[in-house]
Design a protein around this ligand. Structure first.
Ligand code: CTP
Ligand code: MG
Length: 225
């Protein structure tokens, strides 16, 4: 039973607002995407790591991943969904039984996440880490509250998201619109997706201040090397 992983690093990081995409930013001296790759490989579950990057960035990504086992990077697309599809096509020859789809902008994967996802795949075609929403939610427009949205049963989705490989490929083939994550593509083809506990430390670097926040949580674990 082969488990592959996609490391999605083809985004431009527009909200991050730096000259370089956020996945190249340094986290305690190491590129965010490298820390994310190490996190994916850490438990020894992943046998094939497929990086997906922007066109022309293959050499640079390979340098950032030096010393880690991975497949040659492939070029992503204009949207996250297109990047996943390109990564899945590259993995087809290996025919893995499962694939983890992970944002290179998420450098922290708590140790229990991947085992919980893989265990859930025994009963479902997909599984994602998610956290219950704790803030009160408001729907608003033009600076004014329209209504309070009941938060019961609402979750914040994280990555890595785990799927049976063939099901995720079929879901991408069937997609006729842009989804916000891969789990949504399974929802669209009527497959049920398991929720496993997510964690606060699994931050997606989106804005510059997220980098310092993640750095402060990583410090004790990275020293000494
Ligand atoms: N991603 C990708 N290909 C794209 C868009 C996004 O591989 N065409 C990746 C990003 O590199 C990131 C992950 O998908 O690791 C999650 O996307 P997001 O946080 O939205 O990153 P960006 O799209 O780069 O950022 P922004 O939306 O602020 O521009
Ligand atoms: Mg984006």
């Amino acid at each position: 039973m082969m488990i592959a992983a996609l490391l999605l690093a083809a985004g431009r990081g527009e909200r991050f607002g730096a000259p370089e995409p956020k996945q190249y930013a340094l986290l305690l001296g190491r590129p965010v995407l490298r820390v994310a790759a190490e996190a994916l490989l850490a438990g020894g579950h992943v046998q094939a790591l497929q990086p997906v990057c922007a066109a022309g960035e293959e050499v640079r990504i390979t340098a950032m991943l030096e010393g880690l086992p991975h497949l040659p990077p492939v070029t992503g697309g204009a949207t996250r969904q297109a990047s996943v599809k390109a990564g899945l096509a590259a993995l087809a020859a290996l025919n893995p039984s499962a694939v983890l789809v992970h944002d290179a902008a998420r450098p922290v994967i708590p140790a229990g996440t991947i085992p919980a996802l893989l265990a859930a795949l025994e009963h479902r075609a997909g599984a994602i880490p998610a956290q219950p929403v704790s803030d009160t939610l408001k729907r608003g427009e033009a600076g004014v509250i329209g209504e309070t949205v009941p938060r019961a049963g609402l979750f914040r989705a994280q990555t890595p998201q785990a799927f049976r490989f063939e099901t995720l490929r079929a879901a991408h083939e069937a997609a006729s619109a842009e989804a916000t994550d891969d789990a949504q593509l399974l929802e669209w083809i009527g497959e049920s997706v398991a929720l496993v506990p997510g964690h606060e430390s699994n931050v997606k670097i989106t804005f510059p201040e997220d980098l310092a926040r993640v750095e402060s949580t990583l410090q004790p674990r990275l020293l000494p090397r």
